[in-house]
Design a protein around this ligand. Structure first.
Ligand SMILES: [Zn+2]
Length: 248
């Protein structure tokens, strides 16, 4: 049986905000797609819910935080992203709930994106490989926070403040990369190499994983080649598309 074909993702937009749980999440799923988009002149921002400070076994969180933030900023720069913010919520123990929604809604109101990108929030990656709790909490909260951002009576304390925030209802869709329910894809063939470099920028993190003979290019090829086949290109990234309007 042939794998299910993917539709090309919409590229008629100007601004995207990527909201993910950890530094490195974008690089394992979507950095090459981001490089393609910034190459088209679009503006993409990164919003990291945590600083990944619990991600390196041999490094205590207070030291790890700065290392991982610096790696993420460099990794973003390589794919044409200048705006990188860290919400500072606790790595590893994120909870879906109102405080998480509020923090993400604030970021959406400030950035005013047309689309919001997040990571897979389903229970698994397909098959039996379990997803991680922070990813699930973040993606679920993103879906709700995008709606919250448009409602002036929700998190009303954020509005009209010194930050000059207003409600923002301009997000057309939320896109979750790496989802087992992906229906759409982005051709990353031309930007594949910069995607690899963007993952390799997480040097301290990758070393800390202690994966013997880890090869960023090989791993990304392993994800991108089968996805590319579904889109009819060499390499691609896949996305689940969640429309934020009514009637879809
Ligand atoms: Zn992660």
């Amino acid at each position: 049986m042939d794998p299910e074909p993917l539709e090309p993702l919409d590229e008629t937009w100007e601004r995207a905000l990527c909201v993910v749980a950890h530094p490195d999440d974008m690089e394992f799923g979507a950095a090459a797609a981001v490089a393609r988009w910034t190459g088209q002149g679009k503006t993409v921002g990164y919003c990291m819910v945590t600083s990944g400070e619990a991600g390196i076994d041999g490094l205590a969180p207070d030291e790890c935080r700065d290392v991982r933030e610096a790696e993420q900023v460099e990794s973003a720069r390589l794919v044409g992203v200048d705006h990188v913010e860290f919400l500072g919520l606790p790595d590893g123990v994120l909870e879906y709930g109102v405080p998480l929604r509020a923090a993400i809604a604030r970021a959406v109101r400030a950035f005013r994106p047309d689309v919001v990108v997040t990571g897979n929030f389903r229970d698994t990656w397909g098959g039996r490989t379990l997803n991680q709790a922070d990813h699930i909490a973040t993606g679920r909260a993103v879906l709700d926070a995008v709606r919250d951002a448009s409602n002036r009576w929700v998190f009303a304390d954020q509005l009209g403040s010194a930050d000059g925030l207003e409600p923002w209802g301009g997000v057309r869709e939320v896109w979750a990369f790496g989802s087992p329910r992906a229906t759409h894809g982005v051709d990353t063939t031309a930007t594949f190499d910069v995607g690899v470099a963007s993952l390799e920028a997480h040097r301290a993190y990758l070393d800390g994983l202690g994966w013997k003979d880890f090869d960023a290019r090989e791993m990304l090829e392993g994800f991108s080649r089968p996805t590319g086949q579904r889109l009819g290109v060499a390499f691609a990234a896949s996305f689940e598309v969640v429309p934020m309007g009514w009637g879809d």
